[in-house]
Design a protein around this ligand. Structure first.
Ligand code: CP
Ligand code: NVA
Length: 307
């Protein structure tokens, strides 16, 4: 059974197949055709944290593909001690063709993948956000026509999004630079895991954000305090101040560089209005692509697991 748990379990060929399926479904959809290839299928969503894009993009994706969605918070599902995770997974798997989960611990997603008996999709954990990273590279490829020769710089916290971008960049052979304040970098443990999985990954950590964006075709940022880190928000505002993506930092990137953000954004903190609302920003194209890539992921999982 293939899952969308972490991109560490994916090959470049898998990602290219998902992109090809997404291309096909996006083109059809823009022509007004919605291919009901998942008619009768049920997707159950189980979320421990809030969501706008992930939840609604999967709901819209299932509606386009002819299937249906059920949404539950993890507390409503009984994961607050009413029942074991393995039992909830077995039960939900019996009703569902897919499960999408948003959790604090990645291990809860892994437990579901082990017990649900249907494909489990990671809709964000503290460690990873694979559907976001797939969407981001799909969007860069769409915007520039190809990924060949493109360079991505991520500015900010070495968080779930920064890590999934690193894995996807490695698979797709896109040079990736990460610029974080001291103490908030990608961890040595993660970098070791990444280099073990993708030995030829081209990743560089550069503390100075101006040096880090040199030659970047895409400058990417995310919130300084992720969900679950709200109590650190004030301290992080001081530490991350020099890492704000503003017009000055964008001007230090390659000519024509684009700005990306997974959203939600804390405007005025990690990026200025001028940048996120400006002509270089593709953040909202990126958000829309979450739905197209959700369709690609669902369709790909359905095909690959039917083989
Ligand atoms: N980018 C993203 O995952 O957004 P949500 O948290 O709103 O789902
Ligand atoms: N790093 C952010 C991403 C939100 C989509 C978080 O985990 O809250």
């Amino acid at each position: 059974m293939r899952h969308m748990d972490t991109l560490l379990n994916f090959s470049a060929a898998d990602v290219q197949e998902i992109f090809a399926t997404t291309d096909e479904l996006k083109t059809q959809s823009l022509q007004g055709n919605r291919d009901p290839r998942l008619a009768g299928s049920v997707l159950t969503m189980l979320f421990e944290k809030p969501s706008l894009r992930t939840r609604i993009s999967f709901e819209a994706a299932m509606a386009h593909l002819g299937g249906t969605c059920i949404f539950l918070s993890t507390a409503e599902a009984g994961l607050n001690g009413r029942e074991s995770a393995a039992d909830v997974a077995r039960v939900l798997g019996g009703y569902s063709d897919f499960v999408v989960m948003r959790t604090f611990e990645q291990s809860l997603i892994d437990q579901f993948a082990q017990h649900a008996g249907c494909p489990v999709i990671n809709g964000l954990s503290n460690d990873s956000h694979p559907c976001q990273a797939l969407t981001d590279f799909f969007t860069i490829r769409e915007e520039f026509g190809s990924l060949a020769g493109r360079r991505l710089t991520y500015i900010g916290d070495g968080n779930n999004v920064a890590k999934s971008l690193a894995i996807c960049a490695g698979l797709l052979k896109v040079p990736y630079v990460v610029s974080s304040p001291a103490g908030y970098e990608l961890t040595p443990g993660f970098l070791q895991q990444l280099k073990h999985a993708i030995p030829d990954v081209d990743i560089t950590l550069i503390e100075d954000p101006h040096a880090a964006v040199n030659d970047a075709d895409v400058v990417y940022t995310d919130v300084w305090a992720s969900m679950g880190q709200e109590s650190e928000s004030n301290a992080r505002k001081q530490i991350f101040g020099p890492y704000r993506v503003d017009a000055d930092l964008m001007a230090a990137a390659a000519p024509g560089a684009k700005f990306m953000h997974c959203l939600p954004a804390k405007r005025g903190l990690e990026c200025t209005d001028e940048v996120i609302d400006g002509p270089a920003s593709i953040a909202f194209q990126q958000a829309e692509n979450r739905m197209h890539v959700a369709k690609g992921v669902l369709s790909w999982l359905s095909n690959v697991n039917a083989k």
